[in-house]
Design a protein around this ligand. Structure first.
Ligand code: SF4
Ligand code: SF4
Length: 192
């Protein structure tokens, strides 16, 4: 029984001389390569050039700050409850006197972590958040990681911060390398 009309009968006929020396096939292949050489390129020079992925694309997470630069997250835990992959964990802390400029609410996330290996980028954390604190960027992927200790992202990588290497637009290769050498540790009370 024929399932599709695209099946082909296999032929065992002897190859001709031209087929045996492969030169016509190589010339045909080269012709295709040369033709594509002059056509418009479909590849882009990522990460220097970024492609618009669409307004519904869900990329890397960001913990937002308010217009005064204070962290919006109040460590309510709703995002962690909504997360189907159980990728989010946090430790709440009470805001102390003098920290009003750092944290908008009286409670904040002293530790906020997302396990990027677990995350399936469903965006449910963003929808569950009552403070518009966490959202998934439309224009950036999660960068590739090669070590297991790079998998869990803390506030140092998530919080909107000009010193955050992944949120700064114009970070040179040398600067990024310098940050790698220093190591990046979460210091939630001194991030601003
Ligand atoms: S995007 Fe989905 S899987 Fe990833 S942390 Fe948010 S809720 Fe969890
Ligand atoms: S990100 Fe939003 S939902 Fe998650 S703990 Fe913070 S305030 Fe709550």
């Amino acid at each position: 029984m024929q399932l599709t009309n695209r099946s082909k009968q296999v032929s065992n006929k002897q190859m001709t001389f031209a087929e045996r020396i492969y030169l016509p096939a190589i010339a045909t292949g080269l012709g295709i390569t040369i033709k594509h050489f002059f056509q418009k390129k479909v590849t882009i020079q990522y990460p220097e050039v970024k492609q618009f992925l669409g307004p519904v694309f869900r990329g890397r997470h960001v913990l937002k700050r308010d217009e005064q630069g204070r962290e919006r997250c109040t460590a309510c835990g709703l995002c962690a409850v909504a997360c189907p992959a159980e990728a989010i964990s946090m430790v709440a802390a009470e805001r102390e006197k003098g920290e009003e400029k750092l944290y908008r609410e009286e409670k904040y996330a002293a530790v906020y972590e997302i396990n990027m290996l677990r995350c399936i980028f469903c965006g449910l954390c963003e929808e569950a958040c009552p403070k518009q604190a966490i959202y998934l960027r439309h224009d950036e992927f999660v960068p590739v990681f090669t070590e297991r200790d790079q998998v869990v992202w803390g506030k140092d990588l998530l919080a909107e911060n000009m010193n955050n290497r992944y949120l700064r637009k114009a970070w040179t290769k040398e600067e990024a390398h310098e940050q790698d050498l220093k190591g990046v540790e979460a210091e939630p009370r001194t991030q601003l």
